[in-house]
Design a binder for this molecule. Structure first.
Ligand SMILES: NC(=O)c1ccc[n+]([C@@H]2O[C@H](COP(=O)([O-])OP(=O)(O)OC[C@H]3O[C@@H](n4cnc5c(N)ncnc54)[C@H](OP(=O)(O)O)[C@@H]3O)[C@@H](O)[C@H]2O)c1
Length: 206
């Protein structure tokens, strides 16, 4: 697949390196920066607009506060394409800026209503994309969407990177997946644990 990643931070860079089965384009606010970082990582790179134009699938690897800027920049270039949304709508305090009755995932789906939007990977710490197996068990990626094709793409990418992938229902369930990531942050950063922990769904019939 032709996959663009918007944002050249931690998530953008690690995904550019891990999605090795696909053609990758790294999009940055500064096209030269995108091209330079892309070339360092062995993928294509350029501006956000170039990234949106080029791809079949676009991963939103930027902070929630940047969403409106990116939306303006890409316009209708993602119409008919798949968007993977790993965004946690965090305040600087680490709490969620929205939640309970609405979610970033639903807002992305509402504003990109001509795209297939899937919430996925938001509860996976960035270094774990390179190392998703814990004591022999793959971490679980939960994903949710109203678009079956977008769900299939998220599941495929998760499995290709070595994760367990579980369908978590409609996009409305982003209201649950976003606080789930905050729970992970609480466990990793404010308890006796560290970042070397991940969630795994277990079941008698799976
Ligand atoms: N870090 C994690 O472990 C983790 C895990 C799960 C989910 N997430 C989510 O993934 C997203 C990215 O996280 P991250 O840790 O990779 O963040 P990061 O390291 O801070 O990088 C974010 C990137 O977004 C781009 N950006 C910043 N402001 C922007 C703006 N106004 N308009 C457009 N792009 C802008 C920048 O790339 P350019 O300078 O190239 O434009 C920046 O490098 C966040 O929504 C976060 O909640 C993160």
């Amino acid at each position: 697949m032709k996959i663009s990643i918007i944002g050249t931070g931690r998530i953008g860079r690690i995904l550019a390196q891990q999605l090795t089965e696909h053609e990758i384009f790294l999009g940055s606010r500064d096209g030269e920066n995108g091209a330079r970082i892309g070339s360092e990582l062995g993928v294509q790179g350029g501006s956000i607009v170039d990234a949106a134009q080029w791809c079949e699938v676009c991963i939103f690897a930027f902070p929630w506060f940047a969403f409106t800027d990116v939306e303006r920049a890409v316009g209708d270039l993602l119409d008919g394409k798949i968007i993977i949304d790993p965004i946690n709508p965090l305040r600087s305090t680490g709490s969620l800026a929205i939640g309970h009755k609405w979610s970033a995932g639903e807002e992305v789906a509402r504003r990109f209503h001509r795209s297939g939007v899937v919430k996925a990977f938001n509860h996976i710490y960035y270094t774990h994309f390179a190392d998703p197996v814990f004591n022999g068990q793959a971490a679980t990626v939960l994903y949710c969407s109203n678009d079956d094709k977008a769900k299939a793409v998220a599941a495929q990418l998760a499995r290709e990177m070595g994760f367990d992938a579980v369908d978590a229902g409609p996009i409305k369930n982003a209201r649950l997946l976003e606080p789930y990531a905050v729970l992970w942050m609480q466990l990793a950063f404010t308890t006796q644990h560290d970042v070397e922990l991940a969630f795994r769904l277990i079941g008698r019939n799976r």
